[in-house]
Design a protein around this ligand. Structure first.
Ligand SMILES: *Cc1c(COP(=O)(O)O)cnc(C)c1O
Length: 406
């Protein structure tokens, strides 16, 4: 818990040091959709960025206020938009058809600040699936397409109630300089719209999240402070106090604060390769298992009593429990030889790992525990109970076994 608070404080301090304008830090719920985590962040003054009715429900259950909530999503239904505008939460429209729906709803009046998501089309990062600002990205209004910029400006002039611009152009694998370029492009558009309107129509710029995380060591790098300073240098006008800001960091706030712990059920050898078969695989580390080159995880080895393993490093595989050959948490990793009963830890998994469960093989969602360290004790608190077999059955139509029997 202390680590999460420290990251939240570092984020607040980083932006407070570069602008006097109001800044809402909205945590991207998809990174760690756990109500107690959202509630903890809420006490640190961190709001939420939600992208589905489920995420919005989690945020509300955590007590996050509408003023601290931002709704983004490329596929908002009329019902979602209606709910958002009724609650007064901020909405960023993704495309012209969504904006047309909002036109009809906003006519009745709403407290929601409304913005438009733009794609500055600055290009991809190292991981294609996470690159939101490519020329053909599915997100937002593509700014560099023929005639697009003019039509976006016109869209604002026709709608005096549109007061925000949004971009989310960073992500894992994208260099900071590239992220700053995306923010600079959106700032330039805000200035252009305000000049065309003859008043400050764009009041707030939402710069999204996407600060990359260092999965290679304990070090937190890059830091929020480095990114905020870079923005101050590259886009000073955005931070001179005229614009309110929204940020939407996810991974960089939580990744370092979660660890998957799994027992080695069996230790075996196959083709002279030692293999530790554990309970952590594709269900808790989906990205790593399906794309190990983009998402390698550090693994730490402990004995059955939880003491760090010592001994000669041996090249071995750490396998998960799922029934397909590729279900490996780490392949060919050098670690002290793992034995039956040992414990492996997959580090830096606080965002997008056990919180983005994958239901393969009907493997249960594991329990999540928070911990607080004081003097010489560690206190654990249950954040989420493990999924039971009864729950798995219920979610698989268990109460309608006869549904297909005529
Ligand atoms: C996923 C997402 C974020 C958070 O991205 P991170 O890489 O976890 O910081 C922020 N904004 C939007 C719109 C997103 O889709």
């Amino acid at each position: 818990m202390a680590g999460i608070r420290e990251s939240a404080a570092a984020l607040r301090a980083a932006f407070a040091a570069v602008t006097d304008a109001p800044v809402l830090h909205a945590f991207a719920v998809k990174a760690t959709p756990l109500v107690p985590v959202l509630a903890l962040l809420n006490t640190e003054g961190i709001g939420v960025e939600v992208a589905s009715p489920g995420e919005l429900a989690l945020a509300r259950a955590a007590g996050v206020r509408p003023e601290h909530t931002v709704l983004d999503s490329p596929a908002k239904t009329p019902a979602e938009l209606r709910e958002a505008l009724a609650l007064g939460i901020a909405v960023n429209a993704d495309n012209p058809q969504e904006l047309a729906r909002i036109d009809a709803l906003a006519a009745a009046g709403t407290a929601s600040p409304i913005g438009v998501r733009v794609n500055p089309q600055i290009g991809a990062g190292a991981i294609g699936a996470l690159s939101t600002a490519t020329a053909t990205s599915k997100f937002g209004f593509a700014l560099r397409d023929e005639g697009a910029r003019e039509s976006v400006v016109r869209m604002f002039l026709e709608r005096p109630w549109l007061t925000r611009l949004h971009t989310h152009s960073g992500s894992q694998g994208i260099p900071l300089a590239r992220m700053a370029e995306g923010v600079a492009a959106v700032y330039a558009l805000a200035e252009e719209i305000n000049a065309a309107a003859g008043r400050q129509q764009i009041e707030t710029v939402d710069i999204g999240g996407g600060l990359p995380v260092n999965f290679a060591s304990e070090e937190t790098t890059p830091t929020f402070e480095e990114y905020a300073r870079l923005l101050k240098r590259e886009v000073p006008g955005l931070l001179d106090g005229r614009y309110g800001l929204v940020t939407e960091f996810g991974r960089s706030l939580l990744a370092k604060h979660g660890t998957v712990l799994a027992r080695v059920e069996y230790a075996k050898v196959s083709g002279s390769r030692p293999i530790a078969v554990t309970h952590a695989g594709v269900q808790v580390a989906t990205r790593t298992v399906y794309d190990p080159v983009s998402w390698p995880l550090r693994i730490a080895a402990y004995d059955a009593k939880g003491r760090p393993k010592t001994g000669a490093e041996t090249v071995q595989d750490i396998a998960g429990p799922a029934c397909f050959a590729g279900d490996l948490l780490a392949e060919g990793r050098s670690l002290p030889l793992l034995e039956q009963g040992d414990v492996v830890a997959a580090l830096d998994t606080g965002a997008y790992y056990f919180t983005a469960h994958y239901g393969y093989n009907s493997l249960p969602r594991p329990a999540v525990h928070g911990f607080a360290v004081s003097a010489d004790t560690v206190d654990f608190s249950l954040v989420r109970a493990a999924q039971s077999a009864e729950e798995i059955v219920a979610e698989a139509g268990g109460d309608r076994a006869g549904a297909l029997l005529g």
